[in-house]
Design a protein around this ligand. Structure first.
Ligand SMILES: *Cc1c(COP(=O)(O)O)cnc(C)c1O
Length: 433
């Protein structure tokens, strides 16, 4: 009898609720083990490692394995009491790791061997350097000694981690040979660090060493990508990658080009909750996981569950359920239609931006309405508050970032103030900002 196809085997266990790529993994492993029927046990075990609700009938009120204090689900205080399987292995009943299930998903998504999650990317960089490079010389390009908003400065973070910064090259040009010259056989480096200039661009007479040129120079190449586009091909979208992504590097491509570790934020282009994600070689991720700082940097169950949801959406190729990607890819024509339907102010074309210091030059064609004068203070006083911008003396509301359900909030506030098209408060000629 012919063995069943991987695809048919994967489809036989879709009721486990796992995304297809993970079911395919289980099917391959089952066939490789010569036991196709084991696909269900494998999928069930994998699903058991994901975070979700459990009924705590132990009588232990603060059960560390089940997320300590329970919470109510939903806005009302009548929602069900909720513990979770944060640190219990549902298959064996033993103490489990809060990182195991999500780490597996993130590794699968990015093509890494392993992954762990901390509170933000600043913590991720600090932990990686402390675990892999404390006391050693770490070459970094002078063009990449960045400050991220809020006082995250690479030289200071490196000092905190115990790594010794060695500046390499110049602000605008750094080559592989500059890194080579900075390596000292008498005081060896374990890590070369490359940092993605998320929030600025150096243009003109420039040169930088590529990931593949830097791979292998030192035992470990660490790349801090920050903004963290998962995959340049954006396979979670129905259409092609949006043009405004430009040459933004993908986590998957950076690992494939030879990075041993990549760090990125959960709440920039990944579109999830605030978190820092460390992906890469299993031995290195494991050293990070066992470092004492890990305990201080690990996120709580709420964040882990929210990040799991985002990661599963990518694996299901369901970009529309990731609010950032839904917002970023709405057709400008649809926004223009909504702006017209509002019947408030003037309908205008606008330019939205990704923000959060990512893709500083990117412009997303968008649309919205313009009201004459600066009425931002009145807008902020509405319930809920509306935050808008002033462009060339007019107040501009960009609808790309407004949920369609909130259009009525804008309409109501405008009606209260009498901001109708052509009214005294409304501007005349449409502007481009
Ligand atoms: C944004 C960013 C950080 C900091 O990330 P947080 O999640 O805000 O801590 C670090 N490095 C790079 C390259 C970044 O773009």
């Amino acid at each position: 009898m012919r063995p069943p196809s991987v695809d048919a085997l994967a489809r036989s266990v879709t009721d486990t609720g796992l995304p297809h790529p993970l079911l395919v993994d289980c099917a391959r492993q089952a066939i490789a083990a010569g036991d196709p029927d084991s696909v269900r046990a494998r999928a069930t075990e994998l699903a058991g490692h994901l975070l979700g609700p459990v009924v705590n009938a132990t009588g232990v009120l603060l059960h560390t394995n089940m997320g300590r204090a329970p919470r109510r689900v939903g806005p009302s205080d009548e929602g069900p009491l909720r513990y979770s399987n944060l640190e219990i292995d549902i298959t064996t009943g033993d103490r489990g790791s809060r990182q195991a299930g999500l780490g597996h998903l993130l590794a699968r998504l990015t093509g890494a061997e392993a992954a762990i999650v901390v509170n933000n990317c600043a913590a991720a960089v600090t932990l990686v350097l402390a675990a892999l490079a404390a006391g050693t010389r770490v070459p970094v390009s002078r063009g990449e000694l960045v400050e991220i908003g809020g006082g995250f400065r690479i030289p200071e973070v490196m000092a905190q981690s115990g790594a010794r910064l060695v500046e390499v090259g110049t602000t605008n040009r750094t080559r592989r040979s500059d890194y080579e010259a900075a390596l000292d056989p008498g005081d060896p480096s374990t890590v070369v660090l490359k940092i993605h200039p998320s929030n600025y661009r150096i243009q003109g007479f420039t040169e930088e060493a590529t990931i593949s040129e830097l791979a292998g120079l030192a035992p470990d190449l660490v790349v801090d990508l920050g903004s963290g586009l998962v995959d340049r091909n954006c396979q979670w979208l129905d259409g092609p990658p949006p043009g405004w992504l430009g040459d933004e590097p993908g986590v998957r491509q950076t690992l494939a080009a030879g990075a041993d570790i990549v760090t990125f934020s959960g709440d920039k282009l990944f579109g999830g909750p605030q978190a820092g994600i460390i992906v890469g070689r299993a031995d290195l991720v494991d050293r990070c996981a066992r470092h004492p700082l890990m305990r201080a940097f690990r996120p709580g169950g709420l964040v882990m569950e929210a990040l799991q949801e985002t990661t599963l959406a990518y694996l299901r190729r369901d970009g529309d359920s990731i609010p950032f990607w839904r917002t970023a890819t709405i057709d400008a024509a649809e926004l223009r239609r909504r702006a017209r339907d509002l019947g408030v102010g003037d309908v205008i074309d606008t330019e939205a931006t990704p923000g959060a210091g990512s893709l500083p030059l990117a412009v997303i064609p968008s649309a919205g309405i313009a009201l004459s004068g600066d009425v931002t203070a009145q807008l902020r006083r509405s319930v809920p508050p509306i935050v808008a911008r002033v462009v060339e003396g007019r107040t501009v509301l960009d609808l790309r970032t407004v949920d369609p359900a909130d259009d009525e909030v804008i309409a109501r506030v405008a009606a209260e103030h009498g901001w109708f098209p052509g009214s005294a408060a409304s501007g005349r000629a449409p502007v481009r900002d």
